[in-house]
Design a protein around this ligand. Structure first.
Ligand SMILES: [Fe+2]
Length: 294
């Protein structure tokens, strides 16, 4: 196989050709994809009609699959997919579209907010790999923001101010933004974790802003001031010049590096079936020290 990567935007996102990810890959091909991820942060693979097992096997080339519990209000017996696959579709386990007022659907609406996957976990995600099994014609795009370029564009004073800040991330904050109420028995599962606001990529040494809708506080700051500041930074980081908007075709597989991007899904007609399946490669370590539970 001869892999090649065509840049989609000049310095962000690329489309890969010459790879069949349904088959085992040799070490050189995996290294080329990893290098492409370091450079482009988002890679699009077209026409990859993967099974769940093939998607898992491809994902494991890049690390360990995340299957940590929590992260959703759906109960284990309500899950459509096994624990090592995250369900980004709108179907229940009987393959029926969620009712408009289904609590699981309302929770999933949090994906419309700009975020980085699993930033609410002490060890946040490295790569997410999303397979479009059934895609919708209108809307339902996944948009990506380049958090390296967003960092680079900050002025020197802001760079100095954010350098050592630590944020608190929780699903309670992102869902709260939409008026979704977390039940008392879910609060412990969604306990906030700490994340550095500025990350340095381990391979390239580039700095990026580690923002997410899950971020609801800055350690040491009054909450309203922290949220106003995080909102300002997010508005800055998601300006058009930093964004790639992906229009899905069936059997696309899109991989993104959560350490240097944010993403969101755009609105679509939810009476239509949208079957999207995600595998997630765990990060290596926390971004900062955590506070131990009392
Ligand atoms: Fe996501």
């Amino acid at each position: 196989m001869t892999i090649s990567i065509r840049p989609i935007l000049p310095s962000f996102a690329g489309e890969v050709s010459g790879v069949d990810i349904t088959r085992p890959l040799d070490a050189d091909t995996v290294a080329a994809i990893d290098a492409g991820m370091d450079r482009h942060a988002v890679l699009v693979f077209r026409d990859q009609a993967v099974t769940d097992d093939q998607q898992r096997a491809f994902s494991r080339n890049f690390g360990t699959l995340e299957q940590a519990p929590g992260g959703h209000v759906a109960k284990p017996h309500e899950r459509r997919l096994p624990p090592d696959m995250q369900d980004a579709g709108n179907l229940d386990k009987d393959q029926r579209v969620f009712a408009r007022d289904d609590r699981r659907r309302m929770f999933n609406l949090g994906n419309r907010l700009w975020h980085s996957d699993s930033s609410y976990r002490a060890v946040p995600a490295k790569y997410s790999l999303l397979s479009g099994r059934i895609v919708v014609d209108k809307g339902g795009r996944t948009e990506f923001a380049d958090m390296r370029a967003a960092y680079d564009a900050l002025d020197a004073a802001t760079k100095a101010e954010v350098e050592d800040l630590v944020c608190e991330h929780s699903l309670i904050f992102s869902r709260g933004m939409l008026g979704f109420e977390v039940a008392d028995d879910e609060r412990a599962m969604f306990r906030p974790v700490r994340q550095s606001l500025v990350r340095t990529h381990p391979a390239t040494g580039r700095k990026s802003l580690f923002l997410s809708a899950h971020a609801g506080g800055v350690v040491g700051w009054p909450v309203p001031e922290a949220r106003a500041f995080l909102r300002d930074l997010t508005e800055h980081a998601t300006q058009g010049q930093f964004v790639y908007s992906h229009k899905w075709r069936q059997h696309d597989l899109v991989v993104w590096d959560n350490r240097q991007t944010m993403h969101r899904v755009t609105r679509f007609d939810e009476t239509q079936v949208r079957d999207m399946r995600r595998t997630t490669v765990s990060g290596d370590a926390p971004t900062t020290a955590q506070v131990q539970a009392a």
